[in-house]
Design a protein around this ligand. Sequence first.
Ligand SMILES: Cc1cc2nc3c(=O)[nH]c(=O)nc-3n(C[C@H](O)[C@H](O)[C@H](O)COP(=O)(O)OP(=O)(O)OC[C@H]3O[C@@H](n4cnc5c(N)ncnc54)[C@H](O)[C@@H]3O)c2cc1C
Length: 497
Amino acid sequence: MYSETVREQSRVAIVGAGLGGLSAAIHLRIRGFEVTIYEANDQVGGRAGQISAGGFTFDTGPTLLNYPWVFEGLFKAAGRKLSDYVELIPIDPSIRYYWPDGQTLALSASITTLVKEFERAEPGSGPGLFAFMADAAEKYRLSFDSLVARNFDHIWQWIGAATPLQWMKLGVWRSFDRELRRFFRARHILDALGSYAMYLGGSPHQLPGIFAMLPYGELAMGLWLPRGGIYGLIRAIENLARELGVRIETGRKVREIRIHSGAVDGLEFTDASEIRCPLIVSNVDVPTTQSTLLSGLSKSTRAPRMTPSVMTFYLGVRGKVAGGGHHMIFMPGDAEFGYRQLVRTGEIPRELPFYVSIASESDASLAPAGGSAVFILIPLPLSLMSSRVDWQALASELKCRVIERLRTHGIKLDPSDAAVELTLTPADWAARCGLFHGSAFGSAHTLFQMGYFRQPNRDRGVRGLYYVGASTVPGTGLPMVTLGGRMTAERIAADVH
Ligand SMILES: Cc1cc2nc3c(=O)[nH]c(=O)nc-3n(C[C@H](O)[C@H](O)[C@H](O)COP(=O)(O)OP(=O)(O)OC[C@H]3O[C@@H](n4cnc5c(N)ncnc54)[C@H](O)[C@@H]3O)c2cc1C
C-alpha cells in the first residue's frame, strides 16, 4: 500500500511538449519520476517548431540561439554531452541592424570587430563599450548566480538574495534605456542594444535596466545556430528525453485539467479519453491554462500584461538573396515612437520594425542547392486579435512594405522567385500553440512581472498543479524556459519528497 502511494506520487503528466515541457520532463526523469508528455500537435517543440516544404526547412519561431551553456547544462545534468547530439555553429557577425537613414550596425562576439563598429557609429565610444561590458557582466553574473534560476517562496527571500548594493548594480530602478545611456550617446547604438526590449514586451524606456545583460550575453557568449536549424536542438533534446524514458504522446490535445477537492486529479482529452494523475505540469501558456483548461478554480487570477504578437512569413527562394545575411533587423527612424505604437497605443507602427533571417546562409542544408530559406518576423500589437482583421489582406500589405524597405537597403527579395511561401498570422500562432491573445513571447517582463512577482511555477490554489514555459519563472526565450524546466522539477521534487 505504502509503495503504491509512493509510486503514484512519482507519476507526472506534462501538458505540452514545448521546450519548457521537454526540459521539465528531463529534469523530473533524472529525479526518478515517471513522466508522460501529452502534446496536441504532431511534432514537439511548440513555438520552436519546424516546417518543411519543397526541399526548404524553416524554424517556425525562434531563430536566434544564445547562452549555449544552458543547453550544455541540460545534457550534463543527464550525464550526456550536447555536442554528441547536435553541433552548434557560431554566427559572427551576429546581427546586422539597418535604419531608414542608411546607417547600419553589426554586432559581433569579437571585441576587436565590435570596437571598430561602435567607433564607426560613435567616434570615441570604445572605452564606453568596455565599461558597458564590465558593468553588464556583473549584472549577468549576479542575476544568474543568485536570482534568475532559483525558486523563491516569499518576497523577502527574493529581495534578500542580493545585497542592497547589488540591487543598485542590477539597475532595476533605472530604465533599460537610461542604463544604456550611461555608456553610449549614438542613437543607432542605443536603438540596437535596446531592441531586445521588444520581445520582453515593452520599450527600453519602460523596462528595467537589468536587461542590459541581454545584449551583453550575446556579445560575450556569441550567437549560435544548431546544425539543421533551431529544430536540430529541439530534436536533440527530444532524443535525450526519450532515451531517459520520458514517454511522449503527440496528437493528444487536453481539453481539461481535472480538479477534485482542491487538487489535480487528471486530464481529459478532446477525444473524451481520460487519465488520472496526482502531479500535472502545464507547459501551455499560463494564462491560457488558467482561462481554458481549468474547470473553475484559479480562473479568477488576473491576466498578466502580455508581449506583442507576430506575423511570420516563410519564403523558399530559388537562388541567393542579393545583399542579404543571416540575421537582419530593420529599425524604424524613431524607435521610441514605434514601441509606443506597438505596446501602448496598439497600432501597427507607421515605420514597421521587422526581422529577417536567412538561416541557409549559415547552414546550406536548409535549402535546395543554391536556394535561400527566408524567414520574416513582424511584431504586431496584441489589440489586432480582438478586432476584426482580414489577415490575408494584412499579410499581403505587410509583405509589400517589407519588400519595399529591403529594396531601399539594396536587398533584393522578389516573392515571384519563391518556390514556397507560407504565412502564420497572430491567429494562427494562437491556434497552433495555445498562445494567449496570440502573444508571441508570453507575459511581459515588466518590473512587477519579474522574479518573485512573475506567475510562479506552482499554482497558488490547486495542489499538484505546476507550470513551465514562457509565462512563468524565469521568463521567455529558449534558454529561460530550459532553466525553468529545472526549476519546476526542483519545485515538485521538494514538494513530494
Ligand atoms: C515567432 C517567434 C520567434 C521567437 N524567437 C525567439 C528567438 O529567436 N530566440 C529565443 O530564445 N526565443 C524566441 N522566441 C520565444 C521562444 O520560442 C519561447 O519563449 C519558447 O519556445 C516557449 O517555450 P514554452 O516552454 O513556453 O512552450 P511553447 O513553445 O509555448 O509550447 C507549448 C506546447 O503546448 C502545446 N499545447 C497547447 N495547448 C495544448 C493542449 N490543450 N493540450 C496539449 N498540448 C497543448 C502546444 O502545442 C505547444 O507544443 C520566439 C517566439 C516566437 C513565437
